[in-house]
Design a protein around this ligand. Sequence first.
Ligand code: IMP
Ligand code: MG
Length: 175
Amino acid sequence: MKVKDKHFKVYLDEEKIQSRLKEIGKQITEDYQGQELVVVGILNGAFMFLADLCRYVDLPLEISFAKYSSYKGTSSTGKVAELIGFDESIKDKNVLIVEDIIDTGNTIKKLSEDVAKKGPASVKIAALLLKPEVYKGSIEIDYLGLKIDNKFVVGYGLDYDGFGRNLKGLYVLDE
Ligand code: IMP
Ligand code: MG
């Protein structure tokens, strides 16, 4: 499989992703029983994960998006820019941040700080993927799809230089 100039091989197929999301959705449904929830997806990478995950959550649900950017090509820039922030509508609500992947943790740190400023009732984090070898943060990930090695992955919302987001499965760089 080729995305732009790089070769990738299958990492996780569609079926495995969906069965894991089903489990996480059930867990979220149980944890927030009797409550309402605002799910905030972080664009662009989390759009597919959010779209599938929220279909496995059986709660009164609002859906919103924020946009942050840190990556250029296949390595983190360390600087995180807020492109579309969290709005005032999350005040006094239960917020679930939905991220595609946590790498260094710079992005999740910045957006956790930004969310807190808006005065939500509670904040939890759901991430599809985590690179534990790289993650140096202290923020706990409440709902995690899968831990992965420190390798660049693409597909299922994640991109390499803007491309590959539409792939149904996850692919890893084949070096
Ligand atoms: P962090 O701030 O270093 O934790 O990076 C998080 C962001 O970088 C994610 O939201 C992704 O958009 C992007 N990212 C990190 N690792 C990968 C990867 O392996 N493939 C594609 N994007 C990635
Ligand atoms: Mg992202």
